[in-house]
Design a protein. Structure first.
Length: 200
């Protein structure tokens, strides 16, 4: 890490000023302890709460990996959502839910649900994260002044994705093609390819 050294004169005396930039690989440890700068002082982190706040502020703990403290392990997860996940992921039913949760790190070591777990498998995710929804809007024209349709998709992230895809398809023009008489059923072609919306 490069530090800048400058000499400034104050009251006829030369003062050395060392500028140390904020590092990218926080935290930095001194003698086994973590210190943070608070104004002119260095403060030692002593509680779990202080350390957790520090790591979250330093982006070392991501939102989906943080604990959802209000969620209850026995009521917060939907069995239907677990079944849907198993089906979509191609997981055999011989794996217990407990093993599945441990393998995918969906719960903490002390049995707390994580934010990401609630968003994907929760019974009622919007109860905890009211802003974690998809909003789909159709405007009349290109200046975004007149709204023709406005729909908010709630539920798990997977539910929101499915609802959004259905809504988007309902707004697109569709044409149909048939190759020849007696061949396969007609082919539905959207004016924009579905893969474009999946990527978005």
């Amino acid at each position: 890490m490069k530090c800048d050294l400058n000499i400034i004169e104050i009251d006829g005396k030369n003062i050395a000023v060392i500028e140390v930039p904020s590092g990218l690989n926080k935290p930095y440890v001194l003698s086994g302890a973590i210190y943070v700068r608070q104004g002119p002082n260095s403060q030692k982190l002593t509680t779990v709460e202080e350390m957790r706040d520090f790591f979250q502020q330093a982006d070392k703990i991501y939102f989906d990996d943080a604990i959802c403290r209000e969620a209850d392990l026995t009521k917060g997860i939907s069995n239907d959502n677990i079944k849907t996940f198993r089906l979509e992921a191609g997981l055999v039913n011989t794996t217990s839910d407990e093993q599945l949760f441990n393998n995918l790190k969906l719960i903490t070591n002390d049995g707390n649900l994580k934010n990401g777990t609630i968003l994907f498998l929760g019974t009622n995710p919007e109860k905890f994260f009211e802003k974690a929804v998809i909003r789909c809007v159709v405007f009349d024209g290109t200046d975004k002044r007149y709204i023709i349709d406005d729909k908010v998709m709630s539920g798990t992230l997977y539910d929101q994705y499915q609802k959004s895809m259905i809504w988007l398809k309902s707004k697109l023009n569709v044409r149909y093609e048939t190759e020849s008489e007696g061949s396969n059923p007609r082919k539905e072609i959207l004016e924009l390819p579905e893969i474009a919306f999946k990527e978005v």
